[in-house]
Design a binder for this molecule. Structure first.
Ligand code: PMT
Length: 403
């Protein structure tokens, strides 16, 4: 299911062909896509927002503000959220506005803010479609890199016959599927990713842990899903929603994380260890809350070493499996990362430093130096973790084919 988890933004403009859109939305939802619909004011005369919100399971947006509570529908957020935007039906007016940057409605502002591929499916009467201004607008939009889903020939609402019918929903679905298949460079790959901290209990109310939020590992899972991989995410306790399409296994301790990984590792092509695993756990976990000692000294905590998950897994790796770990360092950064890369039997390591502002734990951004055991390396700038995830997967792609 190539569309599973894909975030599709649909812009509907005023054309009688809007009646076909509920069917397309239903087909996309059946494939497991997430669908957000924006309508122009004119589109509401042709199909109701209620029908579309019921099918898409999300409110349909028609203006920059929610009329009920006044909240802002951010075109920029939506433009960043989407994996693909489809404008269908695209009326002559909407094509003209898109081609000329006339941002007087939510559909066009979102189109201008969208950083994803955009597909445009025009629908209008024969003569409007043939008009030089419409032809020119379509040409302009294509020259900006937008993809055209050309209208079909056939009987039109006016009774005339010719080109102008919106392509059938089943065909549009197929076009979108083919598009994603084409960019799914990780299709068929099974990827195991760890994320978040582990927590090691001291007693029923206290634990040892660290500041990992899971953001880096979850961003990697999301990126691998986008590239078509089959992703298992083994996560310590974090408050992030599971990226859609991943198999999520929640754990608490390092021992549980190891056991969860061992179940999946053999069948995986790739392991990315982004979790911040506690190196030590308490030797004897108290089964009751440890009380204050009332001036009679302080309790001592005996620690024992946790298993090294990545080292344990890499010792039994199959041919062709690729392992990438992380190194979170505060000093001797490069040397420590290189030594972890070799001693833990990994193919590559992503070094992030707590000395770098905006990098490491909890932040929405990161900066990494990626090192492959062959010596190939790459240093990123400070970027959102989603972008860093892309760099890491690009680096893996490059060093798999060019080790
Ligand atoms: O979750 P965020 O807030 O987004 O923060 C992201 C991050 C900083 C946690 C992440 O980018 C990161 O650096 N993760 C690894 C942190 C870490 O534990 O580094 P380390 O240098 O201690 O360990 C080296 C490697 O061995 C890591 O891949 C780690 O997962 C692995 N390890 C460590 C200990 C252990 N017992 N078993 C392991 O497998």
């Amino acid at each position: 299911m190539v569309l599973k988890g894909k975030k599709i933004l649909i812009g509907i403009s005023g054309s009688i062909a809007a009646y076909k859109m509920p069917l397309l939305v239903r087909l996309l939802m059946k494939e497991g896509a997430e669908v957000q619909i924006i309508m122009t004011p004119a589109a509401r005369d042709f199909v109701t927002p209620l029908t579309l919100s019921t099918l898409s399971k999300r409110p349909v947006l028609t203006g920059p503000f929610n009329p009920v509570d006044g909240t802002w529908n951010s075109h920029v957020d939506m433009g960043n959220w989407a994996d693909l935007m489809l404008v269908a039906p695209a009326s002559a007016t909407t094509l003209g506005k898109m081609a000329n940057g006339i941002a007087d409605n939510l559909l066009v502002t979102t189109y201008l803010a969208a950083v994803c591929p955009v597909f445009i499916a025009p629908a209008m009467d024969l003569d409007m479609f043939q008009h030089p201004s419409t032809r020119q607008n379509i040409k302009t939009l294509q020259s900006y890199g937008n993809h055209l889903i050309a209208p079909r020939e056939g009987e039109l609402a006016s009774g005339l016959c010719g080109a102008g019918r919106l392509e059938e929903p089943e065909v549009i679905l197929e076009i979108l599927r083919d598009f994603f298949k084409g960019i799914q460079s990780w299709a068929g790959k099974k990827v195991l990713i760890t994320a978040g901290p582990t927590v090691e209990p001291i007693d029923p109310v206290r634990y040892i842990s660290n500041h990992s939020s899971g953001k880096m590992g979850y961003a990697l899972a999301e990126e691998a899903i986008k590239r078509g991989a089959d992703v298992t995410l083994v996560s310590g306790p974090v408050s992030l929603p599971a990226p859609s399409g991943v198999t999520l296994i929640k754990v608490h301790t390092a021992q549980q994380m190891l056991e969860a990984c061992q179940k999946v590792f053999d069948a995986s092509d790739l392991l990315i260890m982004a979790a911040a695993v506690a190196d030590y756990r308490v030797a004897a976990v108290s089964d009751h809350k440890i009380k204050k000692q009332g001036g009679a000294g302080t309790p001592a905590l005996d620690l024992v070493e946790n298993p090294d998950i990545v080292k344990t897994l890499s010792a039994h790796r199959n041919d062709g499996q690729y392992i990438m770990g992380f190194a979170l360092e505060t000093d001797n950064e490069l040397a420590n990362a290189q030594s972890k890369l070799m001693s833990k039997g990994m193919d590559a390591i992503a070094l992030n430093s707590l000395n770098e502002q905006g990098a490491g734990f909890g932040t929405d951004t990161n900066k990494v130096t990626l090192i492959h055991r062959s010596g190939i390396s790459y240093t990123s700038g400070l970027e959102p973790k989603a972008g860093i995830a892309g760099r890491i997967l690009d680096f893996i792609e490059e060093t798999i084919v060019n080790p």
